[in-house]
Write a protein that binds this ligand. Structure first.
Ligand SMILES: Nc1nc2c(ncn2[C@@H]2O[C@H](COP(=O)(O)OP(=O)(O)OP(=O)(O)O)[C@@H](O)[C@H]2O)c(=O)[nH]1
Ligand SMILES: [Mg+2]
Length: 361
């Protein structure tokens, strides 16, 4: 399943500019496995140069990129959790996402109105974090009533979930995110069922002045304190660059002194945040495809990403690192060299593995 990310931030912080840049970048890639998308959901292919080499080596028919969905929502103001500025409804749209990108205004363009009248990244971050905490608190207080009723009947998972919710409510009331409370073994889906926003990992995107790539120190420090990640981009520049042809965009980047695509940096950081590794499937005259999997998961899990039937009928897998496959000039060469290995279902997948699952249908 593709990875889903929700974009939050103050009004005018630059969320939609970033989102538009991502959408345009997405629309340009010919291949992504979705046809309908909502207007506020951008499906962004995750390009990977390694797969391009693999596809060429094995003579694949085409390349299909794995994707990330970015969900844009309207800006949150203080009181959003109570429905101020319809904030609560917007927040509901991103309860199902895997992670949150928090866009923070850090550029000083006076033509862009700041809702609080003055640029102050830390104050803005705190406003948004408070809204997320309060929205979760409301949700948790509602849920615990229902779970408590189930717990009274002695349901073990419900008992564990009620205890977890009690701790979560305490944490939220103290202003701490729900991710600071460990999910109990007996109720592994508790966080998902709550639809908690503050349980999700956060990537801060500092929306900086044009031509700068420097992460403001206060944002870096705040992210570090939280164990979160942070990147600096100019949303406006990225949305303008996304309109250009590749060569023109590269020339403009060089002129601005911006090294690589800010969008690529956002996508890469998001994957690091989610601790995902990439793996590939590729065969002659077939599509070569990229997939993502949580670090530490196995060939059996990888099979499940590809198709539930392939996972169900898993027998064993042929696995090879992408560079070994390219070096050997293809599967036949790799077999001769002995670099194409047979692995069982418990094999832990490595970043850049190419896998071919043998299964009984
Ligand atoms: N100078 C400058 N202006 C920017 C930058 N990013 C966004 N803007 C401008 O700021 C204004 C608001 O940007 P949006 O991307 O619409 O902001 P938003 O966060 O989506 O705002 P809401 O949807 O209202 O919450 C627009 O006029 C943008 O052109 C930037 O990096 N530099
Ligand atoms: Mg917007």
């Amino acid at each position: 399943m593709s990875t889903r990310i929700g974009i939050v931030g103050m009004p005018n912080a630059g969320k939609s500019s970033l989102f538009n840049a991502l959408t345009k970048a997405g629309a340009e890639a010919a291949n992504y496995p979705f046809t309908t998308i909502e207007p506020n959901v951008a499906v962004v292919p995750v390009r990977d140069e390694r797969l391009e080499q693999v596809a060429q080596t094995v003579g694949a028919s085409e390349i299909v990129w794995d994707t990330i969905d970015f969900h844009d929502i309207a800006g949150l103001v203080a009181g959003a959790h109570q429905g101020e500025g319809l904030g609560n409804r917007f927040l509901a749209n991103i309860r199902e996402t895997d992670a949150i990108v928090h866009v923070v205004r850090a550029h000083g363009d006076e033509n862009v109105i700041h809702p609080e009248g003055r640029v102050d990244p830390l104050r803005d971050i705190e406003t948004i974090e408070t809204e997320l905490v309060l929205a979760d608190l409301e949700q948790a207080e509602r849920r615990i009533e229902r779970v408590a009723r189930q717990a009274r009947s002695g349901d073990r998972a419900a008992v564990a979930e009620e205890a977890w919710l009690t701790q979560v409510i305490d944490a939220l009331q103290a202003g701490r995110p729900a991710r600071t409370v460990a999910v109990p073994e007996d109720a592994p889906n508790a966080a998902r069922d709550l639809g908690s926003l503050t349980v999700k990992p956060v990537l801060f995107v500092a929306n900086v002045d044009e031509g700068s790539e420097e992460l403001p120190a206060e944002i870096a420090a705040h992210a570090a304190e939280q164990g979160a990640r942070a990147v600096a981009v100019s949303s406006r520049i990225e949305s303008e660059l996304a309109e250009l042809e590749d060569a023109d965009a590269a020339a403009m980047r060089a002129e601005l002194g911006v090294s690589e695509s800010g969008l690529e940096r956002v996508v890469r950081e998001a994957f690091t945040l989610l601790q995902l590794i990439a793996f590939f499937t590729a065969g002659e005259a077939k599509p070569a495809q990229s997939w993502h999997l949580r670090q530490g998961l196995t060939a059996w899990h990888a099979a499940g990403e590809i198709h539930s039937d392939i996972q169900k009928g898993f027998v064993r897998a042929e696995v090879i690192g992408w560079s070994s496959l390219v070096e050997a000039g293809g599967y036949a060469g790799a077999r001769e060299k002995g670099t194409l290995r047979l692995e069982g279902r418990d094999y832990v997948m490595a970043d850049g593995d190419v896998i071919n699952v043998k299964f009984t249908p």
